[in-house]
Design a protein around this ligand. Structure first.
Ligand code: FAD
Ligand code: UDP
Length: 375
């Protein structure tokens, strides 16, 4: 087979680049994915009970980027959706990100009102404060509150998820879910939020449905590389694997999902409930809240964090901390040496904790800077 581009991976990064190259440059692309489906970790499908599930954990689309929103809107309509999460503390369902409503669920009225007043005085209404910053900035009763939130919302959850405590990770990790000094229970405050109206996979089908794009699923690219003639490659898998781990393995965290279908319309009050203390799982997910599907049944999934072992399970989360970034730089230097032949991009190839919109933005920017103008 002869193509202009060989793209490894059909997630957001690979699909965006394939679409751009096929439609904007009129060049031929072969997309190879080792899984039996397109869409990478954003893949969704109907289970045997007819419920639309997210196979790799709930994916909520949110972005402040007009460029990304407008780009994806060519391939899907959107179902408006604002994600909400609760965390279970002392058996109570507490809104996360922790906000002024959370205070009132946990503490007696007078005390909650006092803490509320102190937070507003100290930081201002509507302000977002990452937990590690709150701990540093707080004094008196606010430092009680900061410690309370740190211990109850972040510490145990983070240990379970990462096997590291919040101080051993980049501050940006817990900074993704800051304390919000308002009554906004939404998990994200981005300008655009929603779910593809007919699911992610339908959207990916439209992105990849161009005659210049061929797909090869169930195939590790290393099995077929020698049989394909191509000019350049784009690789969106784990960068350390590409280079045969010459500098050692980059650490990742992985998850195991256990699905269960229940004979009831809904199981829980919101799409995600976190369990920092009880059980071995961190979260229970119920995607019907996201998809809005109407059914008398519901499918939930329990999320169990696990050690990542190359070749045994899937690398879901790069682990953001200095020593890992240093190791990644060694691989980045290897990638630079071959960039005329192979481009690296995506959550695994860049070893960055990208959300979906960031993966699309990275792909669109790469297309403009390295592909569109040079080809
Ligand atoms: P991926 O989707 O990982 O795609 C990489 C593809 O490469 C995979 O399909 C893989 O099979 C393929 N591949 C790898 N190696 C090979 C090989 N050797 N040969 C052939 N194919 C190969 N983002 C949000 O914005 N909102 C969310 O709510 C959200 N929730 C998430 C929940 C979980 C549990 C996880 C893990 C991620 C979540 N994300 C979320 C992030 C989102 O999944 C990523 O941003 C997005 O998937 C990145 O796309 P990608 O194409 O870079 O990588
Ligand atoms: N986090 C936490 N408790 C929570 C929610 C988040 O400790 O209730 C921390 C935890 O370290 C987590 C990180 O914040 O890994 C980022 O959370 P996010 O919900 O963005 O994680 P993701 O959805 O990517 O798994």
């Amino acid at each position: 087979m002869k193509v202009d581009w060989l793209i490894i991976g059909s997630g957001f990064t690979g699909a965006t680049l394939a679409e751009r190259i096929a439609t904007q440059l009129g060049q031929k692309v072969l997309v190879v994915d080792k899984r039996d489906h397109i869409g990478g970790n954003s893949y969704d499908c109907f289970d045997e009970h007819g419920i639309l599930i997210h196979k790799y954990g709930s994916h909520t689309f949110h972005t402040n980027s007009d460029m990304v929103w407008n780009y994806l809107s060519q391939f899907t309509q959107w179902r408006p959706y604002f994600h909400e999460v609760r965390t279970v503390i002392d058996g109570k369902m507490v809104p996360v990100p922790f906000n002024l409503n959370s205070l009132h669920v946990l503490f007696p009225k007078n005390f909650a009102e006092k803490l509320e007043e102190l937070l507003i005085q100290h930081f201002g209404f509507g302000v977002k404060v990452p937990i590690l910053k709150l701990r540093e900035a707080a004094s008196g009763e606010l430092s009680f509150l900061a410690d309370y939130i740190y211990q109850n919302v972040f510490y145990k959850y983070t240990l379970k998820h990462w096997e590291l405590d919040p101080e051993q990770l980049d501050r940006s990790v817990t900074g993704r879910v800051p304390v919000i000094i308002s009554r906004d229970n939404r998990y994200f405050q981005d300008k655009y939020q929603g779910l593809p109206k007919h699911g992610y996979t339908r959207m990916f089908n439209r992105m990849l449905g161009h005659p210049n794009i061929k797909l090869m699923l169930n195939t590790d690219y290393r099995e077929v590389m020698n049989q394909i003639k191509y000019k350049r490659m784009i690789y969106t898998g784990p960068i350390d694997e590409y280079f045969n781990y010459v500098h050692g393995t980059l650490p990742y965290r992985t998850l195991q999902f256990e699905f269960e279908t229940l004979d009831q319309e809904y199981h829980q009050e919101v799409g995600t409930v976190n369990y920092p203390f009880e059980y071995d799982y961190t979260r229970v997910l119920e995607q019907k809240h996201l998809t809005g599907q109407i059914s008398s049944k519901t499918t939930i999934s329990y999320v169990y964090p696990q050690k990542y072992e190359p070749g045994v399970n899937e690398p879901y989360y790069p682990i953001p901390r200095n020593e890992n970034r240093e190791l990644y730089k060694l691989y980045q230097a290897e990638a630079d040496k071959i960039k005329d032949k192979v481009l690296f991009a995506g959550r695994l190839a860049d070893y960055r904790y990208y959300n979906m919109d960031q993966a699309v933005a990275r792909a669109l920017t790469l297309f403009k800077s390295e592909i569109g103008l040079k080809s």
